[in-house]
Design a protein around this ligand. Structure first.
Ligand SMILES: C[S@@+](CC[C@H](N)C(=O)[O-])C[C@H]1O[C@@H](n2cnc3c(N)ncnc32)[C@H](O)[C@@H]1O
Length: 195
């Protein structure tokens, strides 16, 4: 049965159709910047956190990963379930308990999760990373993909444009050897579960 929430920006945005992604372009981008960069192998168990309308959860399954998706927006997940009925898509807050075994994923990937668009030293993103790390196998890979022009702009009404050092500071709390890169407007972070 469909679950509903009302009132959030994403409920309205997703009800209006959300972002329109091109399959080939997204496939090629993620093959280069996610799969090859981090040496991911087909068959790996993957959790997409903040999967929105499920486009990339479905893409990652088609690329050969055993991928499931979670997002807090019920409109997004209910629409995603209709679009991709074979996929495992769940309404969950990434800061809370998830319906999976702990230490059961090789990879957690999050693309643009709203919590990482603002102050990366605030409790909410730290809580999210701490919680998501629980679901990784020891040594498993946490990947954040998120837009930023790196200007450091902290507009009170827009998303922040965090600098590479802000992302590095966030992920070095979890993994001293985390990587933080940038390619044409997109920050790509990789950290391992070290404990
Ligand atoms: C910029 S959208 C990205 C959606 C999708 N990953 C994509 O690339 O199209 C941000 C998403 O983060 C989700 N989100 C924000 N806070 C969340 C939380 N605490 N738990 C789960 N999802 C969250 C929103 O519902 C929204 O779907």
């Amino acid at each position: 049965m469909a679950t509903t929430t009302t009132g959030s920006f994403y409920d309205t945005f997703y009800a209006d159709g959300g972002w329109q992604y091109g399959l080939i372009r997204e496939w090629l981008w993620h093959r280069r910047h996610m799969v090859k960069r981090f040496g991911l192998k087909r068959g790996m168990r993957m959790l997409e956190a903040a999967c929105g309308l499920g486009f990339h959860t479905n893409l990652f399954c088609r690329m050969g990963f055993d991928c499931v998706g979670v997002d807090t927006c019920a409109t997004g997940i209910n629409t995603a379930r209709q679009r991709y009925p074979k996929r495992d898509l769940n309404i969950c807050d990434v800061r809370g308990d998830l319906p999976f075994d702990e230490a059961s994923f090789d990879v957690v990937v999050t693309r643009g999760c709203s919590l990482y668009h603002y102050d990366l030293a605030a409790p909410a993103p730290i809580e999210a990373t701490t919680n998501l790390m629980r679901y990784l196998k020891p040594g498993g890979r946490f990947i954040l993909i998120i837009v930023s022009d790196l200007s450091g702009q902290r507009d009170p009404v827009k998303i922040w444009q965090n600098r590479l050092e802000d992302y590095r500071a966030h992920f070095s709390r979890f993994d001293a050897n985390c990587t933080v890169d940038w390619h044409r407007g997109v920050v790509i972070c990789g950290a391992r579960r070290t404990v």
